[in-house]
Design a protein around this ligand. Structure first.
Ligand code: 2AM
Ligand code: CA
Length: 270
């Protein structure tokens, strides 16, 4: 395993331990709203601190972009951290959330780890070396189109400006697939696409820390990640993203693209 990924896995495990310990006592949580429907607990912050400490000890100069702490430092290596993706699930005692750590080097995602502490699952990927679930190689599913496919997504919950366009997409996709799942953790949705548990996934308005690790996982599992027009760019900046195996990806974009507003088209470009 690449030394950077080894540190990322160690940090993700430590954060997972913090989260699991707290999960048994969710009544005692202090929940704060950063904005309407955007929650943070002391556990998000503690988990992020644990991760940052472990990175700092190994690589004191590297830059860090954390959901809770924002950007720290400038360096060609940036660690992009979501200490707890799926906080809303966590607060409700719904056991579906993850730690996500992506590593970007000179502007390109190179490594990713997603750790689901409730299931003891660790997903890892390094560019050019494939994607793994607990050390077993994973690949995207082989669906050739939308028929019979299971697709993950996220509904608007905070910013409703694109909701009409999104619900148009949802109606189009739902009508052509075996089903849609909205599980509440973008990181796990991407990990599940990488592992072939979901055939594809799309969502709008995601943040870099929700998707950094998941993007490299899907790519290394043989999938394609693109913007809502199907182009391989702009999704990190806009947070509007589609993914799946190459054929499924194309089929999904065909349903989604007609619903794009001029604003969504502009956003899609880097
Ligand atoms: P978070 O828990 O790290 O904030 C999927 O829709 C993404 O949106 C999740 O990865 C989740 O990341 C974020 N999110 C924030 N608030 C949410 C909410 N109220 N419902 C669903 N997802 C939410
Ligand atoms: Ca989070």
């Amino acid at each position: 395993m690449h030394p950077l990924l080894t540190i990322a896995v160690r940090a993700a495990r430590r954060a997972g331990d913090v989260i699991l310990r707290a999960a048994g006592q969710s009544d005692a949580l202090t929940v704060e709203a950063k904005q309407r429907n955007d929650f943070v607990t002391e556990i998000d912050r503690q988990a992020e601190q644990e991760i940052i400490q472990i990175i700092r000890r190994a690589y004191p100069d590297h830059a860090i972009l954390g959901e809770e702490g924002g950007q720290i430092g400038e360096h060609e290596v940036t660690w992009i951290i979501d200490p707890l993706d799926g906080t809303t699930n966590f607060i409700h005692g719904l056991p579906h959330y993850a730690v996500s750590i992506g590593i970007r080097i000179r502007g390109r995602l190179e490594h990713g780890v997603i750790h689901d502490p409730t299931r003891g699952e660790i997903y890892t990927a390094t560019r050019g070396s494939g994607a793994f679930l607990n050390d077993r190689r994973i690949r995207v599913a082989t669906a050739r189109g939308l028929e019979g496919a299971l697709i993950g997504t996220g509904l608007p919950f905070r910013d409703f400006s694109h909701a009409p366009a999104y619900y148009g997409m949802l109606q189009a996709v739902a009508g052509k697939t075996a089903g849609i799942r909205r599980a509440g953790s973008a990181a796990l949705d991407l990990a599940y696409v990488a592992a072939g548990r979901l055939d594809g996934y799309w969502e709008l308005g995601l943040k870099p820390w929700d998707i950094a690790a998941g993007v490299i996982l899907v790519q290394e599992a043989g999938g394609i990640v693109g913007n809502l027009s199907g182009e391989p760019e702009g999704f990190m900046e806009s947070g509007n993203l589609v993914c799946g195996n190459p054929r499924l990806f194309a089929a999904l974009v065909r349903e989604i693209e007609p619903h794009l507003t001029p604003m969504l088209r502009i956003q899609s470009r880097p």
